[in-house]
Design a protein around this ligand. Structure first.
Ligand code: MG
Length: 248
């Protein structure tokens, strides 16, 4: 069942979303060659606390950090640690917070210094696919209209969308129904309606869409070690169309 949120609930999610967006912005300003991903995690923990919010990922199914940091061929769920960022890397940071009982979820892939043209194109296409998906998050559309817009845009640019991980409904729980795939399954998916809130999150690879999980049981990497990018917004479906909640 897809839980419909009231205007008051969406206002709380707007506040949670603003915090996630501010944290991502502050983290992006700290990115430079030489710092460790653990440094970013410590910074995220302090930033989230400064907003009287909680890091939603910390302890979630045993995840050991406040954010996910996924570099280069890593798709999602990378664990912050002693690895140092190097010039030319791309780093996907996924932030989830809870605030006054409601969750927000946002991710962005950032360049570390000067990056290759392919990496830049991957970032641009993944961000572009998210924005195209969000545009379809309107009452009266079907869920897979979002999926189709994302997949079509990504594949038109010669990249692939990850199938094994999908977006999700979000509210007083981090993960609610429905699943929000970035590819089109059979059928149309549920009818979208006012008051639904979705975390839409394309994960896009330069090569194969296939992925595998490393021995740490968390880090998901591309099957061919090609690059991967990840953009995510928490989006409310309102009467007049979508509102991105994870923004300033
Ligand atoms: Mg998510």
């Amino acid at each position: 069942m897809i839980i419909i949120k009231s205007a008051q609930e969406i206002e709380l999610m707007r506040q949670a979303g603003r915090i996630a967006a501010q944290v991502l912005l502050d983290l992006s300003r700290a990115i430079r060659p030489g710092i460790t991903t653990a440094y970013l995690d410590n910074l995220a923990r302090r930033l989230i606390k400064s907003h009287q919010a909680k890091a939603a990922f910390l302890g979630y199914h045993g995840f050991p950090a406040s954010i996910c940091t996924s570099l280069n061929n890593e798709v999602v769920h990378g664990i912050p640690g002693l690895r140092r960022l190097a010039e030319g890397d791309i780093i996907s940071i996924d932030v989830g917070v809870s605030y006054k009982g409601y969750f927000s979820d946002a991710a962005c892939t950032f360049p570390v210094g000067k990056i290759s043209p392919l990496a830049q194109k991957l970032i641009d296409v993944t961000r572009g696919s998210l924005l195209r998906g969000i545009k379809k998050a309107v009452p009266g559309n079907h869920l897979y209209d979002i999926s189709s817009a994302i997949q079509t845009y990504v594949e038109k640019h010669g990249f692939s969308v990850v199938r094994n991980y999908v977006g999700h409904g979000i509210g007083s729980a981090m993960h609610e129904e429905p699943q929000v795939p970035n590819f089109v399954p059979p059928g149309k998916g549920p009818l979208l309606g006012e008051g639904m809130v979705l975390a839409i999150e394309p994960m896009v690879n330069t090569g194969t869409w296939k992925v595998r999980t490393l021995e740490d049981q968390w880090t998901v990497v591309t099957g061919d070690n090609g690059l991967s990018a990840h953009f995510e917004h928490t989006v409310a479906i309102l009467k007049d169309g979508p509102e991105i909640l994870t923004t300033l």
